[in-house]
Each structure stands twice: as C-alpha cells, then as structure tokens.
Design a protein around this ligand. Structure first.
Ligand code: ATP
Ligand code: MG
Length: 795
C-alpha cells in the first residue's frame, strides 16, 4: 500500500484490517458492541478513496441517525481531504428524500413536497376521520397511523393489503383516502419517503440502472435493525434479479450485531442478515471480537446478561483493558431519591474524577422517566440536554411558524392551512372551518381554493387570511431566508400574539432561534450541502475500469471524473433546485431531533436506551431497573418480547467506557400513580463479582422537593440551548453580486433555459459550483436553478 495509507490503517487489529481492505464483493461483518464496526466502515470509505478504488460519488453509506451520518462525514474529512459533497451518506429517510427530489416527476411528486412528521400525520388522519365520518372509538387515529405505517413498511399499497372483514376493509379504505389526501396536498410521511423511492427504483429502469452503475460501494451500518422495505430498497440499488437469481452490480458491505436488534416493534428484521448472506451469496463474513470501548467489569456484565438469550448468531467479545471500577448498583426509596443520587454521583464524577459532563449519559427505558431526573438536575444547576424529548422543530410555536412558511411554498398544504388559519385568532370559528371543509370536499380542491365559496363575514375573514399569505409571498420573492422568516413573523402576527401571552417571552425567544437556525442552515450546511444529485446525462459514458491494484476486482466500475458539485437538491433533468426556503423546511422535518446534539456546551446527556444506540460515553447511568419498567411490562409476557428487552439492556450497558451505574427504586410515580416495585430480573443475570451494591445513604422522601415548574425548562442557559450559537453566523454569506460571479448573470437580465424557455433573473445566490438563480418564466412560474447543472444562456 502507498505510504500515506499507513496512518489510516495503523491502529487496526487483524480482523479490522481485513474488513477495511476487503476486495470488491459482498461481505457481512458481524460483531458485538464496541468492536469497531462503525469505525471499520468509515475507515474503509477513506481507504477506498485514498487508493483511488472509488470516487466520492461512487459511495453510498447508510447510517442509523442523522447524528451518526454527520459524525461519519466529520471523521472522513479528518482522515483525508475529500470532497464529501459527492458522497451519499445518510439515513434511509435522508437518502430517500434526496432520490425523490432528484426524480420527483418520475415519482409523481412536486419537487417541493413537504414532509409530515408523526404529529402532522396524526392530525392529517384526524382531519380525514372527521371528514369521512370515521368512528374514532372503533378506529382510533393513532392506531390508523400505526396501521398505515405498518403497511408501508411491508411495501403494501391499499390494493395489496389483504382485508377479510368489514373492519379491515374500512381500514384499507381509510388508508386509500389518506393517500389521496397526501397526494392532493403534496405531502409525504416518513413511511412514504421510503416506499415511494423504493417504487421509483423498481419501476424506472433507467433511473435504477443509473444508480446501480454509480454506487459501486454500498455500506450499511446497524444492519440488524433494517426492516423488510429497507432491505428491498438496498437490493434495488445493488442489482437485479435475472432468471430468478439476484445479480448484484456493486459491493454491499453490511455491518451489524444481532444482539443489538431493538426495533422489532417498528418492523426491523434480524432475518435480513441471513437473507443477505443467502441472496447475495456472501462469500466473506468477518467477526470482530475485540472490544475497544469498555473496561472488563462492564463488558463481563454485558456478556453475562446477553448469554441468557437463545437464538443468537454467536460471537464473543473480549477486552485487553483491565477490570476498571465495579458496576455500582443503588437502591432508592423513591424515584426522587434515585434522581438525587444520580445528581450527586454526576457532580462527584465531574469534580473528583475529571469527567466532562458531555461524557456522562443518563439512560432510561421510557420517556416518562426523564422529568424527575430533569428536575433534579435543574435544581442542582447541572447543565443537561435531552435528546428526543420535546424537540425544537416540534414545539407548538415553531410548528406554527413553519406552517406559515410551508404555505408560502405551497398554499394547498391543508394541514398547515388549518394550523394557522385562525392562529393568531382572527375570528375564524370552527363552524366556518366546517363550511370551508365541506366546500373543498365537494369541489375536490384544497381549502385554499375553496375560500371563495364561503359566503358572508366568515368568507371575508378567510379571504383576508389568504390575502395575507399571498402578499407575504410576493413581498418576499427573491429575498434571503432570514428576511423571509422575519417578515413572516411580523406579518403573521405571531410575535405580536405571544407578546401579550403570559409565558410568551420564551416562545418569542424560540421564534428568534428559528431565524438563527435558518441562518446557520444556509451558512454551515451550505443549503443542503450533502444533497447532491446528478443529471443523468452527465453521468453517462464516464465509467472506466478501476486500477487493478490492491487485489480489488479490476472490473469494478469506478467513475473517472470528479462529480460536479451542485448545490441543494437538484432535479436530475432540468437542474431545477429547491428554493432555500423549501430546502430549509425539508431540513426541519428530517432533522427535527438532532439540533440539540451539535451544541458545544458541556452538558449531561439524557436519552432513552433506544436513542443511545451506536453512541458511547465515559459514564453511564441506567435508572428504573424494575420489573415492569425494564423489562417493560408490555414485553414481559412472551419470550420474544423479553429477549428484545434483554438486548435493549445489552445496548444500554455497552454504551459505557469507564463507569456504569445501575439503579432501581422501591416506589415510582408513573402516569399519575405510585407504583411499588420489585427490582429487575436483569440483576440476577449479571455477574456478582463485577457489581458493587451501595447502601442507600438516606431513604427519606422529604429530602428533596420536586420543582414542578421545570418540566420544559432546560438548565443549559438561554440562547445556546439548541446549539445555534451566535458565532455560527457572525459572518453572513457574501452576496453573489459582490463575489465576481463567473456565470455572467445579473439580476434583471433575460435568460434562456432549454426546457422552460425565456425568463428573467430575479435573484442570485452563492458562487462557483454553488451558484443558483431565481428565474421567473412566463409559462412555468418562478424557479430556483442550480447554475452548474441548468445551463442558462443570456439572451
Ligand atoms: P456499536 O455496536 O456500539 O455501534 P461499534 O462496533 O460500531 O459499536 P465503534 O463505535 O466503531 O464500535 O468503536 C468503539 C470504540 O472503540 C470507538 O471509540 C473506537 O474509536 C474505538 N476503536 C475501535 N477500533 C479500535 C482500534 N483498533 N484501536 C483503538 N480504538 C479502537
Ligand atoms: Mg457502531
């Protein structure tokens, strides 16, 4: 290998090295927690690039969270100077989003389709139930949402769902109506992102062939938690079935750990691992058995626990690190006392043992446990951060603001329309909404289009609302995201409204934070930097043979030219790109929970065990180790459920590097009831010699007064809670006009586009490969175009 690869491979053990330098071909890396699976994937990408065995554009890597994707990109950029823009690294949802934007026409969607989060989806279903007189007792909207998501995960459209009785026929009918409603409004939910892009690949030979040729290297992390549809999606990208046999194009490398499969309730199939080996005829399987994360007391505990599961694929984990501290176990009198003990221990770890707060995590089985812990941390003024609690983009005031922004993009988005038509209140009552909905239903149009059908004062009020949005849209044409949002906050009346509210100051601050979020999205993320699609014809004919070095398959296709970097999410045919606003709205929907993670602040991390997968911390607390809570009562009745709980516990334990603390409480206030608890059976499955039982110092109930008002308050200090620090946008983006554009366009001149004809330039943004123009075409409306893709000529 060239000398420069030495540092890249220097610290790997023999198995890791073999995995990183695998020749082309499919492989499965099956290994336990902390054995370097993720590190191996990242290093392999770097190694492929460094040795010219792949170009960034030839790589597709799937991670489990956005955070993991960002980390992978960060590590790659640290390892070697790569242009990450051509690489497709992201979650399944993120990658599907990118595919659908690039080929929205083939997928039957508007390019600026909006993404419904779980909340939006539920309100869309509720709305539909009202409209079609669905009995909500019999068909609770939550269950319907679950049903629809389940169908989509199985790859089933309404016509594919077997329905044998009246109830299931009704459910399928609702699924059908829901689909029609989403299509009409131009919105997709998370399940739809996945299913629609799977169908796009399946039904469009040229598009599928294009991506199959492009992605010579497909790498999948946390493969044990993929569901059926995700596996089928991967297969579409990897190859075709020819004469009943699957023939793959590129190489697929999957890494996973069957003991960490914890998403069965969301359709995850460990069976995908065995299917993969069989269907891809996988010749190489590598096991990694050295754990680099934890001291042996922690690792022994994990190993002993998981050995109680049956039906494991079988692998070992060892460590060369010493035993370390014993695992500390604490029994508390109440959940308050438990929380107080955690806080005390955390302070000691920070003060006496030099732990950083961000390197300490408190994990819990169920979200409801977090409030007491938050309160204790808050009262003790220990900064902390909650993952997946009330997320920034899910807060009510933010959702209102986003709804206005979505209406600017798409007035037919009925979910957004309903959210803000009377917020702030403008005298539009429930009765009026009903009349409007009826009118829309009988005309088969959006609420926006039905407004003129409502008579009288009510109609006038509705008309005023529509006009307000219309005026705002015209006023903000061609303006920056910041200006758009600020104007929206003013003219919608949102800020004014919260000024008069008692607890409005907080909300106004959050709305201000939204401006910051948008600003840092534009500057830091480069406006959807990682969302690059290629025009199909620029790709054709650029395949060459790879250098026949490193024992790699010399026939593996490799792209010989660096991929053009195009900004934003670009239509593969016309070069049309999302407006900055639409790109930001996509970002808000896809990354709802992630922003709190990027903060530079040193804060204790609180999260569910599910959310902790793949992460590691110096110190880990696992609370609520009680029968009924962990293992959870819903899962205790059958063996499968219990084994999944045990895998969850295995995940939790293996997050810890140096210190592990387990606790349970005799009483717990949960869902408004005091429960008297028995300690978890998992304690009996841990090796006694690795544990140290601590006698509770004081078990009184009165020692700690819960602070009820702190539920939503974060101890982290105002202004930086979400990581959108003022510094990150200290230098605003340079206006394109001043940056001596190479494209020769100016605002106001006339241009010609091969598809849209003649138009006028309204605005310009970005430079070089990032340059984009907003152009108004008489027949096709106003569009944002990526200049590196859409070749505009001056007329
Ligand atoms: P999980 O199953 O929890 O996702 P994983 O198998 O993906 O774990 P990594 O997160 O890749 O494991 O690695 C665990 C830790 O061990 C990381 O801090 C990583 O940097 C470190 N590590 C991995 N391999 C080595 C090595 N060869 N030498 C030193 N440290 C290593
Ligand atoms: Mg990992």
């Amino acid at each position: 290998a060239p000398a420069q690869t030495a540092p890249l491979l220097a610290h790997l053990n023999a198995e890791q090295l073999a995995a990183v330098t695998l020749p082309a071909g499919h492989a499965l890396i099956l290994a336990g927690a902390g054995s370097g699976k993720t590190r191996v994937l990242t290093t392999r990408i770097a190694w492929l690039l460094q040795n010219g065995l792949a170009t960034p554009g030839g790589i597709l890597a799937v991670t489990f969270t956005n955070k993991a994707a960002k980390e992978m990109v960060a590590r790659l950029t640290a390892m070697l100077p790569v242009n990450v823009r051509g690489m497709w690294i992201g979650t399944f949802h993120g990658l599907c989003n990118r595919l659908l934007r690039a080929h929205h026409k083939a997928a039957g969607l508007p390019q600026a389709f909006q993404i419904l989060d779980t909340q939006d989806q539920l309100s869309a279903i509720k709305r539909l139930c009202k409209q079609f007189n669905v009995d909500e007792e019999r068909f609770p909207p939550k269950q319907l949402a679950y049903f629809i998501a389940g169908c989509k995960e199985e790859g089933m459209r309404p016509r594919d769902v077997p329905a044998h009785d009246a109830d299931s026929r009704r459910k399928v009918e609702i699924y059908q109506l829901y689909e029609e409603q989403c299509q009409r409004e131009g919105v997709v939910d998370f399940g739809e992102l996945m299913l629609r892009s799977y169908e796009l690949l399946r039904d469009n030979d040229p598009i599928r062939a294009h991506y199959q040729r492009r992605f010579a290297h497909i790498l999948v992390d946390e493969f044990q938690d993929t569901n059926k549809l995700q596996y089928q999606w991967l297969k579409q990208l990897a190859g075709d079935v020819v004469d009943g046999r699957f023939e793959a194009h590129g190489s697929v490398i999957a890494v996973g750990d069957d003991d960490q499969s914890i998403y069965a309730f969301r359709g995850a199939r460990v069976g995908n691992m065995t299917d993969f080996v069989r269907e891809f005829d996988v010749q190489r399987q590598i096991k990694l058995e050295q754990n680099y994360r934890s001291y042996s007391n922690i690792l022994d505990s994990a190993n002993a626990l998981i050995s109680h599961n049956s039906r494991r694929l079988g692998k070992n984990l060892r460590t060369t690190q010493g035993p370390g501290e014993p695992v500390r176990v604490y029994e508390a009198a109440s959940d308050f006392a438990e929380a107080q003990w955690m806080v005390d221990e955390i302070r000691q770890l920070v003060k006496n043992d030099g732990f950083e707060r961000r390197e300490i995590a408190v994990l819990y089985r169920s979200n409801a446990q977090s409030r007491v812990i938050e309160t204790a941390l808050f009262n003790a003024a220990v900064p902390y951060r909650v993952y997946g609690g009330l997320r920034f983009f899910e807060r009510a005031e933010i959702k209102h603001a986003l709804a206005y922004l979505r209406l600017l993009e798409n007035p037919h988005d009925d979910t957004s329309f309903l959210r803000v038509v009377n917020f702030p209140p403008r005298g539009i009552g429930a009765r009026t909404i009903e009349v409007l909905q009826d009118a829309a239903k009988s005309a088969g149009c959006s609420l926006h289009d039905a407004v003129s059908a409502v008579p009288g004062k009510a109609g006038a009020n509705l008309g005023a609302f529509v006009a307000l949005v219309q005026v705002l849209r015209e006023q903000t044409q061609g303006h920056t995201l910041r200006v758009i949002i600020e104007q929206m906050l003013e003219s919608s009346g949102l800020v004014e409204h919260f000024r008069t509210e008692k607890e409005g100051a907080d909300r106004i601050e959050n709305l201000q934070e939204l401006v910051n979020a948008a600003e840092s999205f534009v500057t830091q993320e480069g406006f959807g930097r990682d969302a690059v699609a290629l025009p199909l014809d620029e790709q054709r004919g650029t395949l060459t043979q790879s250098p026949a070095s490193q024992g790699l398959d010399p026939n593996a296709p490799v792209l010989d030219t660096p991929l053009p970097a195009a900004p934003g999410i670009v239509d593969a045919d016309t070069g049309e790109t999302l407006s900055p606003l639409a790109a930001f709205l996509t970002h808000a929907a896809l990354e709802a929970g992630d922003n709190q993670a990027q903060a530079g602040q040193d804060a204790v991390q609180l999260m569910t065990v599910h959310a902790s997968k793949g992460l590691e911390f110096d110190g880990v607390f696992i609370g609520g180790m009680e029968e009924g809570l962990f293992p959870h009562e819903n899962a205790m009745s059958d063996r499968d459920g219990l084994e999944e709980e045990r895998r969850l516990m295995y995940v939790a334990i293996t997050r810890a590097r140096k210190r592990l603390y387990l606790s349970h409480s005799q009483t717990r206030l949960l869902h408004g009831q005091t429960r008297y608890n028995v300690k978890s059976r998992f304690f009996d499955e841990l090796p006694e010699e690795a544990l140290k039982w601590i006698t509770p110092k004081q078990q009184g109930f009165g020692s700690f007064a819960p602070h009820s008002g702190a539920g939503g308050a974060y101890g982290a200090g105002a202004g930086s809670r979400f990581g959108f620090k003022a510094e990150t946008f200290a230098s605003p983006p340079v206006p394109a006009q001043k940056a001596a554009p190479s494209h020769g366009l100016r605002v106001g001149i006339a241009v010609f586009h091969t598809k849209f004809g003649e138009g006028k330039v309204l605005a310009l943004e970005g430079t070089g490969d990032d340059a984009r123009a907003q152009v108004s075409f008489p027949r096709h409306g106003t569009k944002w175009l990526a200049l590196s893709v859409a070749k505009l000529t001056v007329v």
